[in-house]
Design a protein around this ligand. Structure first.
Ligand code: BTN
Length: 242
């Protein structure tokens, strides 16, 4: 396996982007003990303190058009849920598109970024941040009520190495299933773990706010929301409030 294990980096995404650009093969993984400027979605920061979590980026090179890239986020979310289930015996929930929650608090974030031209993906960089061994006091005040860790939920310290091993195995299996059978089997798995489907929610997108009921996801992994006029909106990227 092509695994790069680093002590301290600014962001594993940045390193993976460079490796992808230089031609690193599909399946290349960058893991860091600590990130000094971990990145989240929507230009946010991702708190990545030393040796407490899994801070990891994976390079994939699926032969799909750019609009299907959200599917890879959902594949990754299912892999993370399955890995957490296997390691802890607890079942997290997925909040579209990429948040993984336990007891309503965020335990994992996924950030999918592309290197693509107009009609072809050259590489896809999937960043995964899993809070593993943080305790509540380790979190800055503004995160205390929205973030949790596997250790807080399980009540014991957990092995990050075991989690990484299980997760890479699940990701590989699901990715193969996807290349083989398409997105549909993944979509069913994803929906079985999703909290938002069938519920009323608010989606804040860059172009405006949509209130309505989440109907499900399309075959491309795009969220469908029906507003009170019965109009169905396709949402590619948003912040969801339940
Ligand atoms: C989010 O929920 O906003 C996504 C968070 C993604 C965090 C991971 S940690 C590993 C990788 N490197 C980064 O800088 N970000 C992602």
């Amino acid at each position: 396996r092509n695994i790069h294990h680093e002590e301290s980096v600014d962001s594993t995404q940045k390193i993976a982007h460079r490796l992808a650009y230089e031609g690193s093969p599909e399946g290349t993984v960058v893991i860091a003990e600590e990130q000094l400027s971990g990145r989240g979605r929507m230009d946010r920061r991702w708190h990545s303190p030393k040796s407490t979590g899994v801070w990891m980026s994976v390079i994939l090179r699926p032969n799909i058009p750019p609009p299907k890239a959200p599917q890879l986020t959902l594949i990754t979310a299912v892999a993370v849920v399955q890995a957490i289930e296997e390691l802890t015996g607890l079942t997290p929930q997925i909040k579209w598109p990429n948040d993984i929650l336990m007891n309503g608090k965020k335990v994992t974030g996924i950030l999918t970024e592309l290197q693509a031209d107009a009609d072809r993906i050259i590489s896809i960089i999937i960043g995964i941040g899993i809070n593993v061994n943080q305790q509540l006091n380790d979190y800055p005040d503004e995160l205390k009520h929205i973030a949790t860790s596997l250790s807080i939920e399980k009540g014991e310290k957990l092995s990050r190495a075991d989690l990484i091993k299980i997760l890479l195995g699940k990701l590989e299996n699901l990715y193969k299933l996807y290349l083989d059978k398409g997105f549909y089997p993944i979509k069913l798995l994803w929906e079985s773990y999703a909290v938002s489907i069938g519920k009323s929610l608010t989606a804040r997108t860059i172009t405006g706010t949509i209130y309505g009921k989440a109907l499900g996801i399309t075959d491309d992994g795009v969220l469908m929301i029906e507003d009170s006029n019965g109009k169905v909106h396709h949402v590619y990227s948003a912040d969801i409030e339940l």
